[in-house]
Design a protein around this ligand. Structure first.
Ligand SMILES: CC(C)(COP(=O)(O)OP(=O)(O)OC[C@H]1O[C@@H](n2cnc3c(N)ncnc32)[C@H](O)[C@@H]1OP(=O)(O)O)[C@@H](O)C(=O)NCCC(=O)NCCS
Length: 428
C-alpha cells in the first residue's frame, strides 16, 4: 500500500500527492497547493486543535475510544497499583523505569531541593489573606525564575536537569505554603526524613508536634492520585508549556504558564467545580432536577466529558477504588452517595450516552482530597504538583526535538480591508 494521499484541487484541476506518515499529513505540504501565482498556499483551519498533532511524542499514549492510558508504554493501572509517584516521575522524565541505584539517586536529589529561598516566604506573605491558592502558586512558580539565573541556559542539558529536579522538589513546598498562608498558619519547613507525599502532608498539616505522622493509607492514596495526574499528553497546559518553552523561556516561566492553563475550570479547575456542584445540588432527590437543567443546556455536569476519552476515563476507575480505601480511614464523605447517584442517572441518560460523556478523573478526585482535609480551592494546586513532572517531560522532549521551532500558528484574517485613517473630528 502506498503511504500517500492524492489531493485534486478543483479550483485549478491540479493533482498533488502528499506523503502520509504515522497517519498524518504535514500541514506544510498543503502550502504548495495554490489557486494562482499570488496565492499564499492552502492552510488547514483547526481552532482548538481538534485534529492537529502539534508534535511527535514518546511520553504518554491515550486511546480515548478504548479508555487506555499508558506512560512510556506502561498501563496506568499497573503503575497505580505497583509504583510510586517519584518513580513514575522518573519514568516520565527519563523514558524507562529506574533501577534501584537510579531511583535512590533521584529520590535523594529531589529531597535535597525541597527548600525554597526564605525570601519566597516573604514574597508570599504579600498575598492578600483570601488569595486563591492557585493564583499564589502560579505567581510563586514564576518568581522562582528570579532565583535561578542558570535556568536561562536552556540549551545545556545539565542545567535543564538541575531545574527539573528543583521544580519537582519545590512544588509540594510552594503548594503547602499557599495553604498555610490562606489559613494564617506559620509555614512548616520540609522534613527530608519523610517521603515525597508524607513530607507534603507534613508541610500542610503539621502543628506543634516534633514530627508529623501521616496515615499510611492516606499517604498511599495521595501517591496514587499523583501517579494518575502525572501526565496526559498534549492537553491545554502541556500545550502551554511547549508553546511558552518554544520561545526559549526558562522552565520556571513556562511551568507557571502551564499552571495558569491548568487553573481554568475546563481543565484542572474542574475538580473544584465538581465539589461546588455537589454542594449546590445538596441531596440525592435533587439529582433528576439537576440533570434536567444539564439537558436543557443551562449548566454542565462538571467532572463529565473529555476531549479525548469517549469512554470511561481509566483514571476515574482507579480513583473510585482509592476513594473506598480512603473512606475506610476517614469515614465516608457524605457527598459520595450524591456523586454515585449523579453518575448512575447520567450514565442512563440519552443526553450523556449519545455524546459519549463519562466521568473523568476530576469527578471523584475532589471527594478524596476533601477527605484528606484539603480545602476545595487547593484542588487545582493538588493537580499541579504531580503534573509538573509531565510538563517538564514535555518540555525536555521539545527542547531535544530536532524539529523544535518557536510555536507560531497562522490565522484566517477576516477583518477590515485596508482603509484610510479618519481624523477624530470627521468621524461620525
Ligand atoms: C472536558 C470538556 C471541556 C471537553 O470539551 P470538548 O471536547 O470541547 O467537547 P464539547 O464541549 O464540544 O462537548 C460535546 C457536547 O457534549 C456536551 N458536553 C460536554 N461536556 C459536558 C458536560 N460536562 N456536561 C454537559 N454537557 C457536556 C457539550 O455541550 C456538547 O453538546 P452539543 O453537541 O449539544 O453542543 C467538556 O466535556 C467539559 O466542559 N466538561 C466539564 C469540565 C470537566 O470536567 N473538565 C475536566 C476535564 S479532565
Amino acid at each position: 500500500m502506498k503511504e500517500t494521499i492524492t489531493v485534486i484541487d478543483n479550483r485549478t484541476g491540479k493533482t498533488y500527492e502528499l506523503p502520509v506518515t504515522h497517519g498524518t499529513i504535514r500541514a506544510m505540504d498543503l502550502r504548495q497547493i495554490k489557486s494562482g501565482d499570488d496565492d499564499f498556499g492552502l492552510m488547514s483551519y483547526d481552532p482548538a486543535f481538534m485534529n492537529t498533532a502539534s508534535c511527535t511524542s514518546r511520553i504518554t499514549y491515550i486511546d480515548g475510544d478504548k479508555g487506555i492510558l499508558r506512560y512510556r508504554g506502561y498501563p496506568i493501572e499497573q503503575l497505580a497499583e505497583k509504583s510510586t509517584y517519584l518513580e513514575v516521575a522518573y519514568l516520565i522524565l527519563n523514558g524507562d523505569l529506574p533501577n534501584s541505584a537510579q531511583l535512590e539517586e533521584w529520590e535523594s536529589n529531589v529531597k535535597l531541593h525541597t527548600m525554597v529561598h526564605e525570601n519566597i516566604k516573604k514574597f508570599m506573605e504579600g498575598f492578600h489573606y483570601d488569595a486563591h491558592p492557585m493564583g499564589m502558586f502560579i505567581s510563586t512558580v514564576a518568581a522562582l525564575s528570579t532565583y535561578f539565573s542558570d535556568a536561562k541556559r536552556i540549551n545545556d542539558p545539565l542545567s535543564r536537569r538541575a531545574q527539573i529536579i528543583r521544580l519537582v522538589a519545590k512544588m509540594p513546598t510552594i503548594a503547602a505554603y499557599t495553604y498555610r498562608h490562606s489559613i494564617g498558619r506559620p509555614y512548616a519547613y520540609p522534613d527530608n526524613d519523610l517521603g515525597y507525599n508524607a513530607n507534603f502532608l507534613s508541610m500542610m498539616f503539621k502543628m506543634t508536634e516534633q514530627k508529623y505522622h501521616a496515615n499510611p493509607v492516606l499517604e498511599r492514596a495521595l501517591d496514587v492520585l499523583f501517579i494518575l495526574h502525572a501526565d496526559h499528553e498534549q492537553n491545554c497546559s502541556a500545550n502551554a508549556m511547549r508553546s511558552v518553552g518554544s520561545s526559549n523561556s526558562d522552565p520556571y516561566s513556562a511551568t507557571a504558564a502551564a499552571a495558569a492553563a491548568l487553573y481554568g475550570p475546563l481543565h484542572g479547575g474542574a475538580n473544584e467545580e465538581v465539589l461546588r456542584m455537589l454542594v449546590q445540588i445538596g441531596s440525592k432527590d435533587k439529582v433528576p432536577e439537576f440533570i434536567k437543567r444539564v439537558r436543557a443546556g443551562e449548566t454542565k455536569l462538571m467532572g463529565f466529558g473529555h476531549r479525548v476519552y469517549k469512554n470511561y476515563d481509566p483514571r476515574a476507575k482507579i480513583i473510585k477504588q482509592t476513594a473506598d480505601a480512603v473512606f475506610e480511614v476517614t469515614g465516608k464523605n457524605p457527598l459520595l452517595d450524591l456523586a454515585l447517584e449523579l453518575e448512575r442517572i447520567a450514565l442512563e441518560e440519552d443526553y450523556f450516552i449519545t455524546r459519549k460523556l463519562y466521568p473523568n478523573v476530576d469527578f471523584y478526585s475532589g471527594l478524596i482530597y476533601q477527605a484528606l482535609g484539603i480545602p476545595t480551592d487547593m484542588f487545582p494546586v493538588m493537580f499541579a504538583i504531580p503534573r509538573t513532572s509531565g510538563w517538564l517531560a514535555q518540555w525536555e522532549e521539545m527542547m531535544t526535538d530536532p524539529e523544535k521551532k518557536i510555536v507560531r500558528p497562522r490565522q484566517v484574517y477576516l477583518g477590515a480591508k485596508q482603509r484610510d485613517y479618519v481624523s477624530l473630528e470627521k468621524r461620525k
